[in-house]
Design a protein around this ligand. Structure first.
Ligand SMILES: Nc1nc2c(ncn2[C@@H]2O[C@H](COP(=O)(O)OP(=O)(O)OP(=O)(O)O)[C@@H](O)[C@H]2O)c(=O)[nH]1
Ligand SMILES: [K+]
Ligand SMILES: [Mg+2]
Length: 465
């Protein structure tokens, strides 16, 4: 916005060099700000177009002054100027081939990232990790298709000759299918990192479940009171546990004797939350456990046990937490003789390490044992994240981060499988399946059929990005 009437014009900033400039309003020559100005000629800019960035101070008055000055250029007929729509810069970057859809999604995830794990994953995707995978597969398919079509066009009319020609393609298609199968079998890791691990806190009334949530959240997110049946609705809190995104749900105390319909509904929701969770934290009152032989007789556990109540803790925790098992927290340590209880737990097989039965004796009131429990929780969360990505190669491979990717890779794989179908399938059918497979991959990166997803993908972007 260098003045064209009055102020001595500084030379136009050199490309890609930060220049400190005074900004003036074109009307009235009023000074608006001192700002960093960047001149980024296309195509080496974010959108691929010629771009000027004004890095202004963030106050409302400065932003408003500069915005009005720019819009005034439009009114003066000197230039077409309007405010960008949300996500418009990114949409232009996509339209100009600077980014594919997976990179756009990575950028959206990066902007929304709350934890280190989410940031890491988003940066990788924004940097083209998924794009390379899908485009690489699409290239390979293109080659396979070209071979197949060549046989169709110039091959012998005899069916068996066609078949023989396609046999050369088969191993390549099979290899590709294998790669896709591995890509799909990621345990939903990428999607879990995006959405957060679901952790449900369950147990009998008054065990200290809400106190537990508040301890994890380090704020009074849920109401705590001595009255049994305080929590009715599921209270959900988003947390960062050692860089991992976690969604913790506090739930209503589970007891079989509940008569009040509201409490019954609360219990139904509690069990539903436990069913959805990737990790369940079972909170019990230590005094309740003390001296008991059969863990299954514990209040709050019974409803999870479908058949005859088992005696051992391991089975109880599996019943509560499903395949992942549950983390057991015995609370109110301050009210019991702790050593005796720990001994009892050890006999029951808890805390063997590496198994699903990790038990912690804590007092959420005094803080005793809480640090150890938090470390245990974090270790379990890391296990949940890593359950399918333990070896290095897997950990480095880009992961599916949205249901959209999964749907198209699955359809692609189906088409590939069909293309290798029974003998005598016919080459033109095989070619058609390869074409379908390629289209499905193209839908992920936005190379084909892009209109239907654009709105959804750009909807969540902010203005100016
Ligand atoms: N002595 C002692 N009391 C505790 C401890 N932790 C929680 N409490 C108390 O136990 C009572 C119940 O705590 P809550 O957190 O409301 O228990 P809850 O499991 O959420 O209860 P419901 O929502 O009613 O099922 C409150 O009075 C807490 O202050 C503890 O470690 N020691
Ligand atoms: K309570
Ligand atoms: Mg509660």
């Amino acid at each position: 916005m260098d003045s064209h009437s009055g102020h001595s014009s500084a030379p136009f900033p050199a490309p890609r060099m930060a220049s400190l400039r005074k900004l003036y309003s074109p009307v009235g020559q009023e000074a608006l700000d001192q700002a960093i100005v960047l001149w980024l000629p296309g195509p080496r800019s974010f959108t691929g177009e010629d771009t000027v960035e004004l890095h202004c101070h963030g106050s409302r008055a400065v932003v408003q002054g500069v915005t009005e000055a720019l819009l005034a250029l439009d009114k003066g007929g000197k230039a077409r100027v309007r405010l960008a729509e949300p996500g418009e810069f990114t949409e232009r970057a996509f339209a100009n081939g600077r980014m594919d859809l997976t990179e756009v999604e990575g950028l959206a995830d990066l902007i929304a990232a709350d934890t280190a794990a989410q940031r890491k994953q988003a940066l990788k995707q924004m940097g083209g990790a998924l794009r390379q995978t899908y485009e690489g597969w699409r290239e390979e398919l293109k080659v396979c298709l070209a071979h197949t079509e060549a046989v169709i066009d110039f091959g012998d009319d005899e069916l068996d000759v066609d078949e023989a020609a396609y046999d050369a393609i088969r191993p390549r298609v099979r290899r590709l299918s294998e790669e896709m199968r591995r890509h799909l079998a990621d345990g939903g890791r990428g999607e879990v990192i995006r959405a957060g691990i679901r952790v449900a806190i369950v147990g009998p009334p008054n065990a200290g479940k809400s106190t537990m949530l508040n301890t994890l959240a380090r704020r009074p997110a849920a109401i705590v009171s001595p009255a049994a049946g305080t929590t009715r609705d599921v209270v959900e809190v988003q947390l960062d546990v050692g860089g991992l995104p976690v969604l913790v749900s506090d739930t209503a105390g589970i007891r079989e004797a509940a008569r009040d319909p509201v409490e019954q509904e609360g219990i139904r929701r509690a069990r539903e939350a436990a069913g959805r969770a990737q990790l369940t934290v079972l909170v019990l009152d230590a005094a309740e456990v003390l001296g008991r032989e059969a863990f299954a007789s514990l209040a709050g556990v019974g409803p999870f046990l479908k058949d005859a109540p088992p005696e051992d803790l391991e089975t109880v925790l599996r019943a509560v937490g499903g395949d992942a098992g549950a983390l057991l927290v015995l609370n109110k340590r301050d009210t019991v003789e702790g050593e005796h209880l720990l001994e009892q737990l050890r006999c029951a097989g808890a805390g063997k390490g590496g198994t699903s039965t990790a038990a912690y004796l804590v007092s959420l009131s005094t803080g005793e044992g809480v640090e150890e429990m938090l470390a245990g929780l974090q270790a379990r969360l890391e296990e949940v994240f890593d359950k399918d990505g333990t070896d290095d190669e897997r950990a480095e491979a880009p992961v599916i981060t949205r249901a959209r990717h999964r749907v198209h890779v699955e359809r692609c794989l189906e088409a590939l499988t069909a293309s290798m179908g029974e003998q005598g399938l016919g080459l033109d059918v095989a070619a058609e399946e390869l074409r379908i497979a390629s289209t499905e991959l193209g839908r992920i990166t936005g190379a084909v059929d892009v209109e239907e997803v654009l709105d959804v993908i750009f909807r969540d972007f902010c203005i100016g990005k």
